[in-house]
Write a protein that binds this ligand. Structure first.
Ligand code: G3H
Ligand code: ZN
Length: 304
């Protein structure tokens, strides 16, 4: 039976050693299998997450949890897998905690900060009683196409939410969900550094798709340990599927090119390829290197 890691040690290690672990949204079975394959083939841990909308599309949070768990077992996945509710509201966070997700994000950014904090504290209590990790959001992450990079998170709120006991903190630092608009002014590294200097908690970069590699790497060097990616893989899937159809492979009736197992394959493989590239950007440490370092640490301790 699959086990979901809560990721707390994984993300603490990532922040301490200045690499990041990807948080990859899943949209269906093919996405789930593609992401698990990329993680297993690179021997790196991954966080699979589902948004409320994607969960509704697939038939509910329980279905998603069971699907991911079953794929971990049927694919013989050996790397740590964290299962996260992405941008959850209060009710969905409670539901996923009860279902046994190993991590939940309570996204209270639209609430007055006092209410966001109060509800986050309630979710933390419920989650921590079950060993489940909690992510909160401060500031505001910009939405699709908006040139506005959202509202910058404040150092004061970061300290307040850290003291409340969050395990991961998503900060508005000029990042945007979806496709980035022309003329986007880039991430606010000064604010990120101020927050990272103020709180030791793993920091989260939402809207990871479309941020240039050098900015992703600079953000990681400053304290980002979790990078959320969804649109990038949707575009990779779209491009590969479009090519399959433009090449008229779907019209190859002799080979049943219209079979969804063939029609969806190029896009599925494109997700795996895109995730492997993202893993190299993030510098996600393989579990083999992690074990080597751990044994090295132990060995050096024994020498003393
Ligand atoms: O929470 C999900 C991520 O923030 C996805 O953002 O679609 O811009 O990669 P993205
Ligand atoms: Zn997000």
């Amino acid at each position: 039976m699959a086990y979901f890691d809560n990721g707390n040690q994984i993300f603490k290690d990532a922040r301490r050693e200045h690499y990041a672990v990807g948080a990859y949204n899943t949209n269906n079975l093919e996405w789930t299998r593609a992401e698990l394959r990329a993680a297993e083939e690179t021997r790196t841990p991954l966080l699979i997450q589902v948004s409320t909308g994607a969960a509704k599309y697939m038939g509910g949070y329980k279905f998603v949890k069971d699907m991911v768990a079953d794929q971990i077992d049927s694919m013989n996945i050996s790397v740590p897998v964290i299962l996260n509710l992405d941008h959850g509201d209060y009710e969905s966070a409670k539901e996923c905690i009860a279902l046994g997700y190993s991590s939940v994000m309570f996204d209270g950014h639209a609430l007055p900060v006092e209410e966001n904090l109060a509800k986050t504290k309630e979710i933390i209590k419920l989650a921590h009683e079950r060993g489940i990790s909690v992510e909160a959001e401060i500031g505001k992450i910009g939405e699709n196409q908006g040139a506005d990079g959202g509202e910058l998170a404040s150092v004061e709120d970061a300290i307040t939410f850290y003291k409340a006991g969050v395990d991961k903190l998503a900060c508005g630092i000029g990042n945007i969900h979806g496709v980035y608009p022309e003329g986007w002014k880039g991430l606010n590294f000064d604010r990120l550094k101020e927050i990272a200097d103020a709180v030791p908690v793993p920091l989260v970069l939402h809207g990871g798709s479309g941020i240039p590699e050098d900015q992703v790497k600079k953000a990681i060097s400053l304290g980002i340990a979790k990078v959320n990616i969804n649109t990038e893989f949707q575009l990779a899937f779209q491009k590969a599927t479009r090519k399959y159809i433009e090449d008229k492979k779907d019209l190859d009736t002799a080979n049943k090119g219209y079979d969804p197992r063939k029609l969806l394959l190029p896009g599925t493989e494109a997700i795996t390829a895109a995730m492997k590239e993202m893993i190299s950007w993030l510098g996600t440490k393989s579990i083999d290197d992690e074990l080597k370092d751990a044994s090295f640490d132990r060995a050096s301790l024994n020498e003393e």
